[in-house]
Design a protein around this ligand. Structure first.
Ligand SMILES: *Cc1c(COP(=O)(O)O)cnc(C)c1O
Length: 351
């Protein structure tokens, strides 16, 4: 087995998380967002596992991602492409039976001229990122309905802040839009939106990050970790009180301590902002990062885990102890960025 860092992907936990999210909105269908290589964990394996568990709708960002998912899930599931079509990618929609999410007048024209595949309409209800303005319904409502969309959707800007006034405002705006498309399924909720209550569920929810163990669910919801990221100890050595560690000498030992150097760095997705704040777990004992993260190496304080501190032992940086959002918060980021940043050098294992 390689001594390079490894990410063990727990497909059964991802499936369990999908079922948990589905249970929150039993009247709605639950899709799976598998863009960005399933948030770094492997779109093929993740999509295949979810399709086998009964997931019938997938979302990706690009048609190239859709082609990979189509191979993994077979002919039946719907695959929506969030960023929509371009003239240069129309052939991918046809070849892989992908459903375009239409976000602009230009995309609508392109689709109306060239495609006879199903489409979704994305309305912007306050995120101001992507989507048609609600006013498009007044100016071109009949033309939009003539596209026979199979889904109307919008995206929440503040779902991770349940009390934020934006949530109710977007719910109200989107409810009016959905009502203008009678009989067409509607979708508003991302992962955090699934926790806001059943009003937000409509006919389809679109969780991503929660499938992969991220977001901060309410206490009543149990989300499992989806990946264990580990790397090997290369060397173990003592430092004396007053000595410093690493580039820039940003860590000073307050007392004599035992350090271990681990084969993991920013080339593997451990952000430099994790310097002096990330924690590695060795044998269940938290071992704080000392000094700066470097490209391939990180140094941790193993003073409290001396017996386990041996070259070749693996240290956990994400997993059952190193919880994704806790670890992300230490490095001043989010689970999304940590997961999608896991480097290509890190071997993905699917036990
Ligand atoms: C990425 C994305 C999602 C999934 O969001 P999570 O916060 O990861 O659950 C849903 N809808 C749209 C439009 C997205 O871009």
């Amino acid at each position: 087995m390689s001594s390079e860092p490894r990410a063990t992907v727990h497909l059964s936990h991802i499936v369990a998380n999908w079922r948990t999210l589905a249970g929150l909105n039993p009247k709605a269908d639950t899709a799976a967002v598998v863009k960005a290589n399933a948030y770094g964990l492997g779109a093929e394996r993740v999509s295949a596992a979810l399709a086998a568990a009964g997931c019938e709708t997938f979302f990706v960002a690009y048609p190239e991602e859709g082609a990979i998912v189509r191979k993994a899930v077979g002919a039946k599931p719907a695959i929506f492409v969030l960023n929509g079509p371009a003239s240069s990618t129309m052939h991918l929609f046809h070849a892989n039976a992908l459903t375009a999410v239409l976000n602009s007048d230009a995309q609508i024209r392109l689709w109306a001229d060239a495609a006879n595949l199903p489409c979704a309409l994305h309305f912007d209800t306050g995120m101001n990122r992507l989507g048609l303005p609600a006013s498009a319904l007044e100016t071109e409502g009949d033309a939009l309905r003539a596209l026979k969309p199979v889904l109307v959707m919008s995206h929440l800007a503040c779902a991770d802040t349940p009390d934020h006034a934006m949530n109710a405002a977007q719910l109200g705006a989107f409810s009016e839009i959905a009502a203008a498309f009678p009989g067409v399924p509607a979708s508003l909720a991302n992962s955090a939106g699934c926790y806001l209550g059943r009003d937000y569920g409509f006919q389809l929810t679109r969780p991503g990050i929660a499938l992969y163990g991220g977001s901060t669910p309410p206490a009543r919801v149990q989300i499992e970790h989806a990946v264990t990221l580990e790397a090997e100890i290369l060397s173990v050595f003592p430092v004396k009180a007053g000595e410093t560690v690493g580039y820039g000498a940003t860590f000073t030992a307050k007392q004599d301590m035992l350090l271990a150097t681990v084969g993991l760095g920013y080339a593997d997705g451990i952000l430099r902002s994790a310097s002096n704040c990330f924690i590695g777990w060795l044998d269940g004992t938290p071992c704080p990062v000392t000094g700066r993260v470097t490209m391939d190496l990180i140094t941790i304080d193993v003073s409290k885990a001396q017996r386990a501190a041996k070259a070749g032992r693996r240290v956990e940086f994400l997993g059952p102890h190193a919880k994704l959002e806790d670890q992300a918060a230490r490095a001043n980021t989010l689970g999304y960025e940590l997961l999608t940043g896991i480097g290509t050098r890190v071997e993905r294992l699917y036990p």
